[in-house]
Ligand binder design. Structure first.
Ligand code: F0G
Length: 456
């Protein structure tokens, strides 16, 4: 078989700034050793996130010029609505400026103090929006999903028995809805099988509990279903996505992922009462329901982007780049979460740097060394992001110390990947020299974004 090539040519380029190692050492020191505080221009390969960082196609750029900026009922809105309805089959469709706006309004209308919201794994903003309303966000990930090294498919699946037990334990009254996140970002970008979504729906239906899908990476999930789940090989990604949404009562979306756009999101639902309440909040907080905080041109771009994300050749190429990295890590014995996810590779910093104790933040040690060595910006998902303080004020580490390399869509080519692999291998060979960090300043909430570190 031939090499799977990028299914596009490059028509417009954006220069990458190549600064020297010495300049990177200074830049990191000036950023208090927190890569969130670096200038993007100082990062030659930016893998901080796959959110809003993708490249648009010629079709999307052309669509952008067609943007109808009418306040109400614009042509661009009609196109957006048509595309989202075709994919989700939902009765009510609302654009939002990004995923968390949809989550915030959803939580506002549906969550009250003491409510329990199960999910395979809540993304941070989903959890935060639920907790902000006094709800309790429960993760019910399957056993296989918690095993970092089990190389099995669909590690994003929810534990259906635990869901059943949760309903019995807390009662239906306390569970206004259940969520499922495709793909499971915080659990390694692992997909959820259609069989699992069906099984979850089956349990929920018995109790009359609605299902809401956090669908940011719905097209990547559909790709895994087609490749790995029995009975789906002959179906198109669109048909698979349609089936998935058919089990849902509503969905939230950050279109900065599988909308292949730089901004955008939506909330969709079947229920008229939810729609009425959502519409009222949308007008109050985001904008009129036919633009929801977006420009007409964004709606145009998204209508095209959702469909391009469902293009099979595009997904084949996307997954090929990510599994290329996985194969290399496997060969070199470099520890990572197996199998590779749909949008990212997660390095296991605890195994990578066993000499650094969790509260000296091995993930930060690895993130910072990848930056110094090759200008690669990644992100820690470990004790800095998920650690907490107990009742005595003692800091408790996170059970996992991961470093996420998230891949922007259609941005980096195979030679960029080869460069990343060279840098990772060099860092692996010299891992004994990597040291831990101490926090010298931290804000009250979401400390990872803005805290300062000092080298140990
Ligand atoms: N849900 C999931 C599963 C996400 O991954 C994200 C964003 C959101 C919701 C929120 O969407 O950013 O548009 O408000 N994830 C990004 C990331 C930020 O880097 O993983 P948003």
């Amino acid at each position: 078989m031939h090499t799977i090539i990028e299914p596009f040519r490059i028509k417009m380029t954006e220069p990458i700034h190549l600064i020297s190692k010495e300049e990177r050492i200074n830049a990191l020191a000036n950023a208090h050793y927190n890569v969130f505080l670096l200038d993007a221009d100082d990062c030659c390969i930016d893998l901080l996130t796959d959110s809003g960082t993708g490249a648009m196609s010629t079709q999307q750029w052309a669509a952008l010029m067609l943007g109808d900026e009418s306040y109400a009922g614009s042509r661009s809105w009609k196109k957006f609505e048509k595309a989202v309805r075709q994919i989700t089959g939902m009765k009510h469709i609302f654009p939002t400026h990004q995923g968390r706006a949809a989550e915030s309004l959803m939580a506002h209308i549906l969550v009250k103090e003491g409510d329990i919201i199960p999910n395979n794994s809540h993304f941070d903003t989903t959890r935060a929006n639920i907790e902000f309303r006094g709800g309790i966000a429960l993760n019910l990930l399957s056993e296989k999903g918690m095993d970092l090294t089990a190389n099995v498919p669909f590690k994003g699946d929810m534990d259906v028995d635990k869901l059943q037990q949760t309903i019995e334990e807390y009662s239906v009254e306390r569970i206004p809805f259940c969520m499922i996140t495709v793909t499971n970002n915080t659990g390694g970008g692992q997909p959820v099988s259609m069989a699992n979504i069906r099984a979850v729906k089956h349990v929920l239906q018995k109790h009359g509990i609605p299902l809401i899908i956090d669908s940011c990476r719905f097209a990547e999930n559909a790709y895994f279903v087609k490749q790995e789940e029995e009975g789906y090989a002959e179906k198109s990604l669109l048909e698979i996505a349609q089936e998935m949404f058919s089990y849902a009562d509503a969905a939230t979306m950050s279109a900065k992922k599988d909308g292949l756009a730089n901004i955008g999101g939506f909330f969709v639902c079947q229920n008229d009462k939810w729609a009425e309440q959502f519409r009222n909040m949308l007008i109050l907080r985001e904008g009129f329901p036919t633009y929801g905080g977006l420009a007409g041109r964004d709606l145009e771009v998204l209508a095209v982007g959702f469909m391009e994300a469902l293009d099979y050749d595009y997904q084949v190429y996307r997954h090929a780049t990510i599994s290329y990295m996985g194969r290399f890590l496997e060969q070199k014995g470099i520890p990572y979460v197996k199998p590779v996810g749909g949008h990212a590779v997660f390095l296991d910093a605890r195994e990578f740097l066993p000499h650094i104790p969790p509260l000296h933040y091995p993930g930060i040690g690895l993130v910072n060394t990848l930056y110094i060595e090759g200008g690669i910006r990644s992100v820690e998902l470990g004790s800095v992001m998920f650690g907490h303080f107990d009742a005595n004020g003692d800091e408790q580490p996170s059970p996992l110390e991961l470093v996420r390399l998230a891949f922007p869509r259609r941005v980096y080519t195979q030679s960029h990947f080869d460069y990343m692999l060279e840098v990772i291998e060099k860092v692996w060979q010299e891992r004994d020299k990597i040291h831990g960090y101490r926090i010298t300043y931290q804000p009250e909430f979401l400390r990872h974004f803005s805290c300062y570190f000092e080298e140990l």
